[in-house]
Each structure stands twice: as C-alpha cells, then as structure tokens.
Design a protein around this ligand. Structure first.
Ligand code: ZN
Length: 431
C-alpha cells in the first residue's frame, strides 16, 4: 500500500551485510549517499511517470535497474537475462458500482465514499446476486493459536465482512497474535486469501485507520484505476473483494439491528462464532480486461563457498503510475519513498556485494519485483517460478521504503516471528 511503511533501514542492511560478510576484508566499494539520492531522483522523476507495471515507465525503470546491475558487475540471473517476465491480467473496474443491501432496512453503499470493491476474476461482468452477509470476525483461521473465525460457517456463496488487523492488536495481549505487532493474519492480502480458501462469494474488510495503519484515502487511491492480478490458474477467487469505510460498516450493522463496536469486541475474544447479518448483498462490476506482461529484474553475485545456496535481497520497483487527479488532470504518483528508496538501497547493496573480495560465502540474489502495490504479485510470481530452488534459498531481506528520516533505533518488521533473522535484526538495532 502507498503508505505501508516497511522500515528496514539502510543502516540495518549495512549491519546485516557486515554480519553476512563477517571476517571478510573490506571491499573497495562503499555505500554512497550520492548514489542513493541519484537513484531516487531518477526513478521518481516525471519522465518515469510513477512506474506503473507495463507502462513506458516500466521500461525506463527496469532498464535503469538492469544497467546498474551490469555496471556493478553482477550476473544476469535468468539464463543470460536480467529480466523475468511476469504475466498479469489488468482489470479496470467501472467505479459506478453500488452495493445494494436487502433486508429489514434496505441500504445502498456507494463506490468511493462507502466502499471500494473490485474483482480478482478476469471477467468483463462479475456479480454478487443476493449473497447472504455474514460477519466473520477477523476472518482468521490460525490453528497455532487455536483460532477459527470461520468455525461452523459454510462460506460458499456468502459475502463475509471481516475486521482489519488481528485480535492481538485489538486486545494488546502479547500471547495473542504477538500483541500489538501485526502478524500476516492482520494483513488485507491474508483476509482475501482466507475468504477465497473458504469459497466465499465476496469479502469486505471493515476499514479503521488505527489498526489498518493508513486512512481511508489510501484505500481509495490504492484500489481505483487499473489493477493487476496474476492469471487465475486453478485457484478459486471470490467475485468481489474490497473494503467498507468504518462509517458505512456501522450503517450496515445497524441495518441488521447489530452494533459493529459490540461485535468487534466479541470478535477479539477466543471462541467467537460468525454472525449472520440476515441481509443480502448485490453488486455488479463491469470491467475492462487486458492481459499484460511486466517484469522482475534479477541479478546474482556468485558465492565463493556455498554458491548453490542463495540469500535474496528484494525491493519492489513499481508504484501507482499516472492517474487523473481531483481536478481531472493527470497526476503522477512519483513514489520517491515507496519504493524508489528501496531500489536505491538494493542497488547500493548490489554494488558493495559485487565488489566484496573474497565474494560472499553464499550466492546473493537481488530481485527488483513488480506489481507490489497490487498485492505483491511480482514476488508471488517469483515464489512460484523461482530462478533458484527455494529449498536452497535461505532468506529474503525485503526493503519496502528505506528510512529517510535520519538515525533511529526503531524498526518495523513485516514478517516478524517467521525466522531466526529476527535475532540478527535485534542485535543490529541494539548497536
Ligand atoms: Zn511499497
């Protein structure tokens, strides 16, 4: 998302690098603020048009990254090429869609103000027709916490309404979903994935600025205009997925004779059961559907002792491109911080690793991924089409937004508690 701040600072990267390269003679290359500034300035210039996947800006961006990798002496990671093709489907939904709610108190929720909704299905017309609405708490199924918000619910054909973030955030209980730290279960991508696994016809996340980490305007900006999806393959996708503004959700629950606040409190307690709202949702989405091809950029520094083992550094190169602004004129979303800064960090790391003598023990793979803003699509594509076996891939340090605010001891880690890298990061932060 536009303002989802991932703070893996360059300081921490540098420290991790020095950990990884411990006992090696210092290489001839050094991190250089001027390089970082130059990369950010170039990638966020008007000429690059906000770096939308498959735009003219993509070509400029991927060529720039590949040429820097080449200049620093890295190897092309994809059979002689720095590029990995990522096939996507671009779906542009008409924004005149309204969600009609039928029941004791009928209600119409309008696109933009009340709800943001789109379809992951590459179809020109997709509809919800009288789909029963069910409140499914946080929409989480987590056996390791003995937590199942879908308990006893057959979600097939239904539209689930779920809360953003997780019960740990809501309660602050450190034993529950790591307390205030957001787990993957709290992310919107997870909510969509779980609803799809349950066969739901629709999924709507109730927005709230605190637990989401960004205001409603960010949801609006991130979800209007063309959006990309990976080709659907065999996996099931709901017809409609999106967000309800907190106010609209309040109205929806009131129409069902229920209190959103009360149900939200209940949903944070163990043993919560889904609640049928006794309302149905209808919606028709008209879409333009276009297959497109975007690219990840990948380069390798070959390891000296365990070249078959791969450590990955990644950062997404894309941003939101150019879209009509509030005055109707084209507005460039430059994405200097998100994520030209991450790419600048990636290129600096690539330069330093490529120059290190001796070379690092393991191979180091640098991947600039595409279509992150649409749901980590380039990264998801890489994970299902890896250039090196995943069984030999030991870690991925991803940079989404570098710290551009000065020295800090604070770090935000997305994907915390998933690996022993947390300990290395903690040590680096304490220095
Ligand atoms: Zn980002």
């Amino acid at each position: 998302m536009r303002n989802a701040v991932f703070l893996t600072t360059l300081v921490s990267c540098a420290t991790v690098l020095s950990c990884a390269a411990a006992a090696q003679a210092p290489g001839p290359a050094r991190f250089d603020e001027a390089d970082i500034r130059a990369t950010i300035r170039t990638l966020s210039s008007d000429e690059f048009g906000g770096r939308a996947p498959a735009s003219a800006g993509e070509k400029l961006t991927t060529e720039y990254i590949a040429s820097q990798f080449k200049r620093y002496g890295l190897l092309p990671a994809n059979h002689g090429s720095f590029l990995q093709e990522v096939p996507l489907v671009q779906i542009t939904a008409n924004t005149d869609a309204a969600l009609t709610v039928s029941g004791a108190t009928p209600l119409t929720l309008s696109f933009g103000r009340d709800l943001i909704v789109s379809t992951p299905r590459p179809q020109t017309t997709v509809a919800l027709a009288g789909s029963p609405l069910v409140f499914a708490g946080y929409g989480i199924v987590a056996p390791e916490y003995q937590w199942n918000d879908y308990a006893g619910l057959d979600a097939k054909g239904k539209t689930v309404v779920v809360l953003v973030n997780d019960p740990g955030y809501a309660t602050g209980d450190p034993k529950l979903f790591h307390g205030k730290a957001m787990t993957y279960y709290g992310r919107w991508t997870y909510k969509y994935e779980e609803a799809a696994r349950r066969g739901a016809a629709g999924v709507l996340i109730v927005h709230e600025t605190g637990p989401a980490g960004y205001p409603w305007e960010v949801v609006q900006n991130s979800n209007t205009g063309p959006r990309e999806e990976l080709p659907p393959g065999a996996a099931y996708h709901p017809s409609a997925q999106g967000w309800l503004s907190h106010e609209a959700a309040g109205k929806l629950f009131a129409a069902a004779g229920l209190s959103l606040d009360e149900l939200a409190r209940a949903a944070a307690r163990r043993g919560f059961k889904p609640v049928a709202l006794k309302l149905t949702a209808s919606l028709t989405l008209h879409n333009e559907v276009r297959p497109i091809v975007s690219h990840n950029v990948a380069a390798l520094v070959k390891g000296s002792r365990h070249p078959e083992q791969v450590v990955v550094y990644s950062a997404h190169w894309d941003h939101f491109g150019t879209r009509p602004g509030p005055d109707g004129k084209p507005q460039i979303f430059h994405g200097a911080i998100d994520n030209a800064s991450g790419i600048a960090g990636l290129l600096e790391l690539a330069m330093v690793y490529a120059a290190a003598r001796p070379a690092p023990a393991r191979s180091v793979l640098f991947i600039a991924t595409t279509a992150e803003e649409q749901g980590l699509l380039g990264a998801a594509y890489y994970a299902s089409h890896p250039l090196f076996p995943l069984s030999d891939t030991v870690a991925d340090l991803n940079m989404d937004v570098m710290n551009v605010y000065g020295e800090t001891r604070d770090m935000t880690v997305r994907g915390q508690f998933m690996s022993t890298l947390d300990d290395a990061l903690k040590q680096a932060a304490q220095r």
